[in-house]
Design a protein around this ligand. Structure first.
Ligand code: SAH
Ligand code: AVI
Length: 322
């Protein structure tokens, strides 16, 4: 499923991707609790909205992880080692990657992202900044088996997964993902994972209900994308963004709530919504250091290092193959 991004630009939508999107939408809207996978947020408009979220004052995750990475860059480079190969999942605009590339100086960088638009822009920027670096971009979905090109060279393999994107998987999915990654890095490999920590629910609530409404627009863009790509007729004014912290499950949940009884068509399919009924669009799990290390241990990774900020908002885990 992994593909080189040089497949001829991103002007047209890949028919296989479109079919997979349609299948997920039809299946998800047919569930008793309607649900859509969060990976479909990231079309060109969604990736741009996410980049705006990263710069919001309430969304502490990005700036905290950036500051953390900057503050500990020497120690992080000692942990990863120099040279070798760096594989990044969910690289997006590769914001934090600049720091990692400067510190680690890998021979090869392989960014993997579902969003061809985000990947294209990031690769063009990185190629200008890191002239000798071999960049092997892959458009792919890390929730499915990925047929990645072989990582060249005999140096150490390091997988970078920042941004707490791992929190958008369930704990079971996260463990399965880490196990696959453990296979990719091999016995001498390492992994760096950014994980949002559990914290005061008020801080979390503000981060996912920002005052400018960018997160709401990001959530609603999923319906706009269904309209654009699958011939849907969602009226975006009849749905509202809803995000809350589900404390027992340790996760932010994002939903789109129907503001009235209504019927929506997606191609030949028809879906009824009762007033107040929601589509569950995303989970964002928050883990204490011990909770995340326990998941990693089940995937044969040992929590070797962890860097956290003074306010205890975010953790950057250094994992080694156990
Ligand atoms: N790493 C960046 C971006 C995080 S946003 C940061 O830390 O700021 C999440 C990124 O993961 C987006 O770029 C999105 O396109 C990508 N993504 C989400 N689900 C994905 C999936 N299933 N497979 C591959 N990439 C995915
Ligand atoms: C990409 N991911 C880690 C973000 C998060 O915080 O779960 C996506 C996001 N959803 C709403 N705001 C940001």
């Amino acid at each position: 499923m992994g593909r080189d991004h040089r497949r001829g630009g991103n002007s047209g939508i890949d028919p296989a991707e479109l079919a997979a999107f349609r299948q997920d939408v039809v299946a998800g809207l047919s569930l008793p609790q309607k649900a859509l996978p969060p990976k479909h947020f990231y079309d060109a408009a969604g990736s741009r909205l996410f980049e705006r979220i990263c710069r919001l004052p309430e969304y502490y995750l990005t700036r905290t992880e950036l500051a953390l990475t900057r503050a500990h860059l020497g120690a992080i480079a000692r942990f990863t080692g120099k040279g070798g190969a760096l594989l990044e999942y969910g690289s997006g605009e590769s914001l934090k990657t600049h720091l990692m590339l400067r510190a680690m100086r890998p021979a090869v960088y392989m960014p993997v992202d579902i969003s061809g638009d985000a990947l294209d822009a990031a690769v063009a920027r990185l190629a200008r900044e890191f002239r000798g670096l071999r960049i092997v971009p892959v458009i792919g979905d890390f929730t499915r088996p990925l047929d990645l090109p072989p990582l060249p060279g005999r140096g150490r393999r390091v997988v970078y997964f920042p941004g707490s994107t791992i929190g958008n998987l369930t704990p079971q999915e996260a463990q399965a993902f880490l196990r696959t990654t453990r296979g990719q890095v091999g016995p001498r490999g390492a992994m760096l994972v950014g994980v949002d920590l559990k914290k005061d629910a008020g801080i979390l609530h503000a981060a996912y209900n920002d005052s400018r409404g960018v997160t709401a627009a990001f959530n609603l863009n999923l319906l706009a994308r269904i309209n654009r790509e699958l011939g849907g007729d969602f009226d975006l004014r009849r749905f509202s963004h809803y995000a809350f912290y589900n404390a027992p499950l340790g996760r932010i949940e994002m939903h789109l709530v129907s503001l009235r009884d209504q019927t929506v068509n997606v191609g030949d399919h028809r879906f009824a919504f009762a007033r107040g009924e929601s589509i569950h669009t995303e989970n964002s799990y928050k883990y204490s250091v011990a909770e995340f290390r326990a998941i990693a241990a089940q995937a044969d990774f040992r929590g070797e290092k962890v860097w956290t900020d003074a306010k205890g908002l975010f953790a950057l885990h250094g994992l080694l193959a156990a």
